[in-house]
Design a protein around this ligand. Structure first.
Ligand code: DGL
Length: 280
């Protein structure tokens, strides 16, 4: 059997990372798990979120036995990676804002960070900026609206003009203000895995900005942890799991089905459903 990777996020965002892994190593079996019962992560308290991520990931690893776990969520990775690596005995790949990449490509000396409210305020993010973008001005924007829209738009076929208008309204003053300062903001890090799903619209609205995400780098890292995975001859299976037993995440299933047949899908066992999600 081909080696398997578990790709984890709160919702559909991690699909933007899964898609890059699929492109680089089509032979890997990919299990996509979304913690839909606790979505969204970006506005939850840190203590609650660490416990939640540990509980769900530990249970999923026990159930699916992947060779590698990818935390395809900046909000969870910037908080819970050390704790996850302590309890799990497989490699855990985190997805964190691509500040280093953006800062190294940005000649203007001004980059933007677009992420969840939690990620823009994390000390992990401060450290990334201090270590890799000390020579740059960094403008941050936290948004939970973009997370919600990425979820909704994967499911509904709204006319794209309407989506463009919504996005323009939401980001216009931040982007225009920073594009008109000296130095001008030339690169924006998509520091939430939901946001590359909006890339096409963002590129159309603001073509002068370089939009930077971590997807390809993560796919390279996964391939390096599973030597030979890029050369596997048979196509790996795609499986989709979630934690909210009351709702089938049709948007995610549609997205995966476009990549290949989704072999298994379902709520990953009743123990996964956190009964008191209101208290999260
Ligand atoms: N996709 C996630 C991230 O990369 C989190 C979105 C959310 O649940 O708020 O940060």
């Amino acid at each position: 059997m081909n080696p398997s990777v578990l790709v984890f996020d709160s919702g559909v965002g991690g699909l933007s990372v899964l898609q890059q892994i699929r492109k680089r190593s089509p032979g890997l079996t990919l299990n996509y798990l979304m913690d839909s019962a606790a979505f969204p992560y970006g506005i939850k308290r840190d203590e609650v979120l660490v416990k939640r991520v540990l509980d769900v990931c530990q249970a999923a690893v026990d159930e699916l036995s992947p060779g590698v776990l990818v935390i395809a969520c900046n909000t969870a990775s910037t908080l819970a990676l050390p704790a996850l690596r302590e309890v799990l005995n497989i490699p855990v790949v985190g997805v964190v804002p691509a500040i280093k990449t953006a800062a190294s490509h940005c000649s203007s000396g001004h980059i933007g960070l677009l992420a969840t409210p939690a990620t823009v305020n994390r000390s992990y993010t401060d450290d990334l900026i201090r270590d890799f973008a000390g020579h740059c001005q960094v403008s941050r924007f936290g948004s939970s609206e973009l997370v919600r829209w990425a979820e909704e738009w994967l499911l509904n076929d709204e006319p794209s003009a309407q989506r463009q208008a919504q996005l323009r309204e939401h980001l216009k003053s931040w982007i225009e203000h920073n594009s008109n300062t000296v130095p001008a903001m030339s690169h924006v890090v998509l520091g939430c895995t939901h946001f590359p799903l909006l890339r096409e619209q963002l590129e159309q609205l603001w073509p002068h900005i370089h939009w930077v995400d971590s997807g390809e780098a993560i796919a390279r890292r996964v391939a390096s942890l599973l030597p030979g995975s890029e050369e596997l001859s048979s196509k790996g299976a795609l499986n989709c799991y979630w934690t909210d037993r009351h709702q089938v995440p049709q948007g995610a299933i549609n997205y995966l089905s476009a990549l290949s047949d989704v072999i298994n899908q379902g709520c990953l066992g009743p123990d996964f459903v956190i009964q008191d999600i209101e208290s999260v």
